[in-house]
Ligand binder design. Sequence first.
Ligand SMILES: [Zn+2]
Length: 278
Amino acid sequence: MKIYCIQVGDVQIKSRHKQARFESRIARMSDVLIDPNWTPRLPIGCWAIDHPEGLIVVDTGESSHANDPGYQPWWHPFMQRCERRWVGRDEEVGPRLRALGFDPLDVRWVVMTHMHGDHAGGIGHFPNSEILLSKQEADDAWARTGPLLGYLNMHYPNWLKPTIVSFSDGRWESFERSTALTKDGRVRIVPTPGHTLGHLAVVVEKDNNCVLIAGDAAYDEQHLLRGAVDGVAQSAPLHRDSTRRLRELCNRRPTITQFAHDPNSAKRLASATPTKAD
Ligand SMILES: [Zn+2]
């Protein structure tokens, strides 16, 4: 079962978006809006899991149209002024998968950690796939207030009818609830709310280690270890509870951690280097 870390262009965010200074969301968001400092360019990551029961994609990256006039809501100061994006047409997840020898139309499942624009922008490449996300994430993303919270639901394809992940397969390691995606139980979905209230993560149990695909549950390995909360997270307490559970998983099992905007995700995956959380 091979796992691929796929880069769909780059993003730049404000430094206080990556690392917040305050607890309340309103204070964190205001702080990002007035922050003059940018992070370096960070990758936009997504993943493919070549599983015997079918090809699985986790997150779909950003669209190459993200910088087109009108793509980001004109009235949204955050998307207009606090994020920069670089995604070429052939960097989208569809062409990236084709370059790896896969046909996006053959993907069986697309699991969405959450529906922010830089994770859902490539969803149009997967009209044949079952698209999975949490109930909370679906409610928030399709709400009328969705765009305000970073959900660009005006760009969702008409055919998009997600399957809700129920987390009804019981406890798994440090998580009270989980869903086994594959019949062999090796690909599991766990709730990791905080960055968004419906955020989830995917854990792949390999023979010698686990690969944890954590989306934006933390922005990178150091942030996971420190339990650092990001500037746009919907809930700081839930974010900390989720990173605590993820660190606990790293303590129990050798776990290779993957984050969407961690420049070292691909390296850790290639070298099978687990994250040491103690
Ligand atoms: Zn996000």
